[in-house]
Design a protein around this ligand. Structure first.
Ligand code: BV8
Ligand code: ZN
Length: 248
């Protein structure tokens, strides 16, 4: 069934500002398991058991092993056509920004420049006292608690539950969501806040909101269009259609 992209093409053709939010779904076709799908990485554990400071202090070995497992997996994967299409879109629009909840670094690896990491990056560790960052290969630790030279506890440089998102990134995200002409929500179940608030804020502020997902989500009833399917297939197809229509 041929999807009718005419409304989307029309909106994109006159858009000055295009803003994108991505979640784990955009990396699924690269082989990175999502969080909440049945075979997702949280199917065995609950986020509360792993992605928070209390769990880390209670069982640092388990949490480090979970991150090391994910890091080894992510080091082997490549961006997929969904990531690559967003790189092409960034080059086309007068203003384009990409906010990702993903910590896998695949947007950077694909070549996106205007990427903001809402939840940090799994390939870095951070000192919980002086905030110094280390690439994770430096002094890997899966045993116990390791410390920075300042004595602070080292931890993965990601945002855990109950932790604030990077202030500068979050305020930029709110600013862009409120002023976008077109807002894409791609591959996210839209259950984790404050990131999940961005498409809602965009819709409330007058943006045309397009969701791309393999299933309905918590925001499907409030976006303008949901394109059901894999982002690695829909994005390249949509972009090809757009370029033909505006013969760009
Ligand atoms: C904060 C980093 C406050 C670590 C992550 C009750 C109500 C509302 C909010 C809360 C609440 N109780 C607690 C909260 C706050 C909490 C929250 O939102 N909880 C939720 C679960 C209810 N939020 C927080 O704690 C945040 N901080 O609020 O601080 C505060 C205030 C004052 C002072 C101090 C603090 C911090 C949230 C960040 C947590 N960190 N990750 C790590 O990765 O290890 S969250 C984690 O979930 C990832 O970042 C992930 O990106 C994010 C969202 O998940 P998704 O990306 O959407 O992935 P998911 O698997 O869920 O969905 C994938 C989707 O893709 C699916 O829809 C699927 O259908 C689709 N899909 C699959 N394949 C494809 C596809 N789509 C397209 N193509 C495909 N091929
Ligand atoms: Zn330190």
């Amino acid at each position: 069934m041929q999807t009718d992209y005419s409304e989307i093409v029309h909106r994109l053709a006159k858009a000055q500002k295009v803003v994108v939010l991505t979640g784990a779904g955009i990396s699924a076709e690269s082989g990175v398991p999502t969080f909440r799908s049945p075979d997702g990485i949280w199917s065995k554990f609950k986020p509360e058991e792993l992605a928070n400071m209390e769990a880390f202090l209670r069982n640092p070995k388990l949490v480090w092993e979970w991150y090391q497992y994910r890091r080894r997996l992510i080091e082997e994967v490549q961006p997929n056509p969904g990531h690559l299409t967003l790189v092409a879109m960034e080059a086309f629009f007068p203003y384009f920004s990409l906010f990702t909840q993903n910590v896998d670094g695949l947007h950077h690896k694909a070549g996106s420049r205007c990427v903001y990491e809402l939840h940090g990056n799994i390939m870095r560790n951070r000192c919980s006292r002086c905030e110094k960052r280390f690439m994770h290969s430096e002094g890997d630790m899966t045993e116990g608690l390791s410390r920075c030279s300042c004595g602070g506890l080292l931890r993965p440089d990601v945002v855990w539950f109950g932790e604030m998102l990077p202030e500068d990134v979050l305020s930029k995200a709110y600013e862009d969501a409120q002023s976008a002409d077109v807002f894409f929500s791609i591959g996210t179940s839209a259950v984790v806040y404050p990131a999940a608030h961005l498409p809602i804020l965009a819709a409330e502020s007058g943006a045309f909101v397009i969701e791309i997902n393999t299933e309905t989500t918590a925001i499907s009833n409030m976006v303008h269009i949901t394109l059901f399917g894999k982002s690695g297939e829909i994005l390249p197809h949509l972009w090809r259609t757009f370029r033909e229509r505006v013969n760009f």
